[in-house]
Design a protein around this ligand. Structure first.
Ligand code: GLA
Length: 382
């Protein structure tokens, strides 16, 4: 990958680049909790976005996406949302840096990688994190990871129009080999928990669909959670987020007025509780208990939060009664992408073969499987 991107860069721009990488992520538990100031349990994986970069002597910004064989050119005074979607993740970061008062001059970038796009593995966060890390280094901006991460998140809000939480960018930036990150999304305090899977591996099953409503429904869920808080605030003005909400408050103040918003909020409150218990399971090496919680999360996302789809449900239902699978659930924002499965190592090959056949027959779609290993976050590679 490094040689490939270096050669493309030399071919396009006639000089040698500096190369950075930033990984995609998985999330063990804690879905749709990040923007509710709750907890998440993500980890960076062995799939990366690479940014090859060099500074220019003028103010031109030239971006080339190897995957799309497409060049995008602008200049530092004209950084705005583009109809070229992939460029927005880079331009959004430039925009955030400029808004913070960092005067950047021109640069060349080649972007490439092996994080599958639209698979719920946060390829967009990986592009944002690799970009901000690269710009920080070549322009000597002196920013630390904790400063860069929210800027990468903000780039997604403004230039991709998704009002995402901080989980994906945080996981990409702060990943640590063989550890999951227990992140408190309110304080950004975090703890690395060793991922000891006791003979199980993380298997990702990619539905190969991304339904169109993903972005709009995501923003709607955020609003529904905010509505829940507003209803509670009529009686308890001190409550700031679903993090501080109890089932009792939801029953009293939300359910009678808005049963749908109640369902959404109930899922989030339960998911936070589940995650704290899941961390204990992980510390004790109780993978069976952890796996059961993953199935509970899937049900919550499917029936109460309503962000699953028939392809994801098919995959979770299929593995549910297989003893070699400790747990499975949809992962990420929803409406497509991957399921995350904890599977006994010796059973993976057969499981993947069987589920692929069944999935393709039922959904008329191909299934892609990956075994994810857990790696370090954003880095300079050359
Ligand atoms: C997407 C968002 C994250 C998070 C997840 C759901 O991946 O980018 O911030 O909200 O969905 O947990």
């Amino acid at each position: 990958m490094l040689n490939k991107i270096k050669n493309i860069f030399i071919e396009k721009f006639g000089e040698k680049p500096v190369i950075f990488r930033s990984p995609g992520r998985v999330n063990i538990l804690g879905e749709h909790t990040d923007y509710n100031e709750g907890f998440v349990l993500p980890a960076a994986i062995d799939k990366n976005i690479y940014i090859a970069i060099s500074k220019r002597n003028d103010n031109i910004i030239q971006l080339y996406a190897a995957d799309f064989d497409e060049m995008y050119t602008t200049d530092t005074a004209n950084v705005k949302v583009s109809s070229t979607q992939w460029a927005n993740y880079i331009l959004g970061v430039v925009d955030q840096l400029q808004k913070k008062g960092h005067a950047l001059t021109g640069f060349n970038i080649v972007v490439d990688g092996d994080v599958p796009i639209g698979a719920g593995l946060s390829s967009s966060a990986a592009v944002e994190c690799a970009t901000i890390y690269a710009l920080n280094e070549i322009f000597s901006l002196g920013l630390d990871r904790l400063t860069m991460t929210p800027l990468a998140q903000k780039a997604e809000h403004v230039f991709a129009g998704v009002n995402c939480g901080i989980m994906d960018q945080f996981a990409s930036m702060f990943g640590k080999k063989d550890h999951v990150i227990k992140l408190d999304c309110r304080s950004l305090d975090y703890e690395y928990v060793p991922l000891k899977l006791e003979g199980y591996k993380i298997v990702l099953l990619n539905t190969n669909v991304k339904h169109n409503l993903a972005a709009s429904e995501y923003n709607t869920r955020r609003q529904q959670c905010e509505k829940g808080i507003a209803l509670i605030n009529e009686h308890r003005p001190e409550i700031k987020s679903l993090r501080d909400v109890t089932m009792d408050m939801l029953k009293k103040y939300v359910e009678p007025t808005d049963p749908l918003v109640y369902q959404r909020c109930k899922y989030v409150v339960q998911e936070n509780e589940r995650l704290l218990m899941a961390c204990e399971d992980l510390k004790k090496g109780n993978i069976t208990a952890l796996g059961e919680k993953m199935y509970e999360t899937h049900n919550g996302l499917r029936f109460f939060y309503d962000v699953s789809c028939k392809e994801l449900d098919f995959l979770v239902e299929y593995v549910k009664n297989i003893p070699a699978v400790a747990g499975a659930r949809m992962m990420g924002g929803g409406f497509g992408g991957c399921t995350i499965n904890l599977v006994k190592e010796e059973a993976i090959e057969k499981l993947v073969a069987d589920v692929s056949l069944a999935y393709t027959e039922a959904m008329k779609l191909p299934l892609t499987a990956y075994i994810a290993s857990i790696e370090d976050g954003t880095k300079r590679c050359s």
